[in-house]
Design a protein around this ligand. Structure first.
Ligand SMILES: [Zn+2]
Length: 281
């Protein structure tokens, strides 16, 4: 014990101060975990509302949305707000989007979800269209589609960079054999640039492919649960005619994060036919 005290006296006081601070924090976290969690949730909710909108809907509109959430089986707390101007510019008229607040844009707070509704949604869309679109967003919430997307994409990018680095090492050996010493640095800079571009394109491609997949899943599951096939057909028709959304996505859809209107209508009709045939049996 005496030796320990002597050792401690040798440590500069500033380090002892930091050490005690870390100890206090480490001991304090388990006791104040609930408090910290509450603070984190409150902070994330506030930031989300500042970003996308904080105005509540009319009580009857909120009730309508919550009745669809109940049909889908949403268990966590749902906060429904009107889109602000920034969100409206980003997501457009006649639209709705679900959002799970995240800490540092990485760690989802799964107990709370937001649904933002645009101007004109309740006024201009038919009941069938509203049910389809709200149901679609509820499936995103229920399945936690976007909860870990950024984290997974960062991990995917890191894996690609690792492989690119291995390829770069092999290319460097070839360059050292075949290119004169004077130009080697320029060639390697070009190689690094190209490999980083490939990593970026690969990550964007994976992001688009995943987003197309979850869009189709949200469409199909919500249509089957809510029997909202007609809503899907009418809304995609409206998006094509009024909002000028493309009927077919360019480049085989590889650069799009949503299925095209034609794709949506095709799988909607297929599911509706299956549903009708079941009814006949
Ligand atoms: Zn969606």
């Amino acid at each position: 014990m005496f030796r320990l005290i002597c050792k401690l006296r040798e440590i500069p006081s500033i380090w002892l101060y930091f050490l005690s601070l870390v100890l206090i924090i480490l001991v304090g976290i388990p006791f104040s975990k609930d408090f910290l969690e509450e603070q984190a949730i409150a902070g994330a909710i506030k930031t989300t509302q500042i970003a996308f909108g904080s105005m509540p809907l009319k009580p009857e509109q909120e009730q309508f949305v919550k009745s669809i959430a109940d049909e889908i089986g949403i268990a966590n707390k749902l906060i429904i707000r009107k889109m602000n101007h920034n969100a409206l510019a980003q997501f457009g008229y006649h639209n709705a989007f679900a959002y799970n607040p995240q800490l540092y844009s990485l760690f989802p707070i799964e107990s709370v979800s937001f649904l933002f509704i645009s101007e004109g949604f309740f006024e201009d869309l038919s009941l069938e269209e509203q049910r389809f679109l709200i149901g679609h967003e509820m499936i995103h919430i229920k399945h936690g589609h976007l909860n870990y997307l950024i984290m997974c994409l960062l991990l995917f990018f890191a894996i690609l960079v690792f492989f690119a680095w291995q390829i770069r090492k092999r290319i460097k050996l070839i360059v050292q054999c075949w290119v004169s010493y004077r130009y080697q640095i320029y060639v390697m800079r070009m190689v690094t640039f190209v490999l980083l571009c490939v990593c970026n394109i690969g990550t964007s491609g994976a992001d688009f492919a995943y987003r197309r997949y979850i869009e189709k899943e949200a469409d199909c599951v919500s249509m089957q649960l809510l029997n909202s096939y007609d809503g899907c057909m009418k809304l995609t028709e409206r998006w094509h005619k009024e909002c000028k959304l493309a009927l077919h996505n360019p480049y085989f859809g590889l650069t799009s994060d949503h299925p095209s209107c034609a794709e949506r209508q095709a799988y909607c009709l297929e599911l509706q036919n299956q549903f009708n045939q079941k009814d006949l049996i």
